[in-house]
Write a protein that binds this ligand. Structure first.
Ligand SMILES: [Zn+2]
Length: 324
């Protein structure tokens, strides 16, 4: 409980000085609020504790991609410049053995973020959605981008109910659809309706992953969820090489050989490849065939099992790894 301060006559001068300081602070806070500085990433008083680096250190005028280490699962956070402010987007919020939802929510909170403008869940497997209800509970999630798939599991049903409860706007993306997120554009490349009839079983859900390309200035980033080679073939048939070329590729399905056909990798032609996976995982990811294909193409590869959380930044013309 706050103690009341007692002021005597001797303190009258101090009191008026305090009043002036109070007015100055109030004006600064009002100005900060007016310019959007006290919202989201730049909350005054926020002391980010992220070991790798903080959003404020990197700067709001840079596009940031945070590959959060959640073991054998995907969790990506994008901080996208939006004029003088910043928009936030999550692409998957997965959990895995030994990696709880709080790893993601604590990481995001440590950056001073309170609002998630877009939460994209590529497909309803726990290594991509395990933390989604916690994200919805902790942050103000404005929009949820989810696949329009017939899938029932208690976890997926809970997420859909929570999205409804939190009044998040739901977007079922269509192939070719574009949305503006801050100063970036998100183009949806998959899932194609055709996949509904051509794949089945758990491959169907992996193949039905939302795939998107995020373009910021001259740089672009592709996120593939667990889309397999059937979905990649649909993408190759629908989009030109120009539309698919990217600086950064989030490799499909944790480096599994069921994804990343040579044709697809050649079309995307990334300089940087990101792989989310756990050390000594039971799936044998990344598969030998995939590693060989990457060695042939020669991009720089960052893996969460080797590097932990990795931050990539772009100023709109060049992409690099952020390190302190
Ligand atoms: Zn997965």
């Amino acid at each position: 409980m706050a103690r009341k301060k007692k002021y005597g006559r001797r303190n009258a001068q101090k009191k008026s000085l305090s009043f002036v300081i109070y007015i100055i602070i109030a004006l600064l806070l009002a100005a900060g609020s007016y310019f959007g500085l006290t919202e989201g990433l730049f909350d005054i008083g926020t002391q980010p504790k992220n070991e790798v680096g903080t959003v404020t250190e990197i700067g709001a005028d840079n596009f940031q991609l945070h590959m959060i280490d959640v073991g054998q699962g995907d969790a990506y956070l994008l901080c996208i410049p939006d004029g003088t402010s910043v928009k936030t987007m999550i692409i998957d919020a997965g959990t895995s053995k030994g990696h709880k939802a709080s790893i993601i929510t604590d990481y995001i909170s440590s950056l001073g973020i309170k609002t998630i403008d877009y939460m994209l869940l590529t497909h309803p497997h726990s290594d991509h959605i395990g933390a989604a209800t916690s994200v919805l509970a902790k942050f103000d999630v404005k929009n949820a981008i989810i696949p329009d798939c017939n899938y029932t599991s208690s976890a997926w049903t809970k997420i859909l109910e929570k999205i409804d409860e939190e009044n998040s706007n739901v977007i079922f993306p269509e192939v070719g659809q574009k949305i503006k997120v801050g100063d970036a554009t998100v183009l949806f490349l998959a899932p194609s309706e055709k996949l509904l009839n051509t794949t089945s079983g758990s491959d169907y859900i992996n193949n039905y992953s939302i795939v998107c390309k995020v373009t910021y200035g001259e740089n672009s980033f592709m996120f593939t969820g667990d889309a397999c080679t059937q979905s990649e073939a649909e993408i190759l048939a629908t989009f030109s090489q120009n539309e698919l070329k990217c600086d950064v590729l989030k490799l499909g399905h944790h480096g599994s050989s069921t994804s990343s056909s040579e044709e697809f990798l050649r079309a995307v032609d990334p300089d940087i490849v990101l792989i989310s996976l756990a050390k000594d995982n039971s799936y044998g990811h990344p598969h030998k065939e995939t590693v060989e294909k990457l060695n042939k193409l020669g991009p720089t590869v960052y893996r969460t099992d080797e590097e932990g959380t990795v931050i990539i930044v772009s100023d709109g013309s060049k992409v690099s790894r952020y390190s302190k």
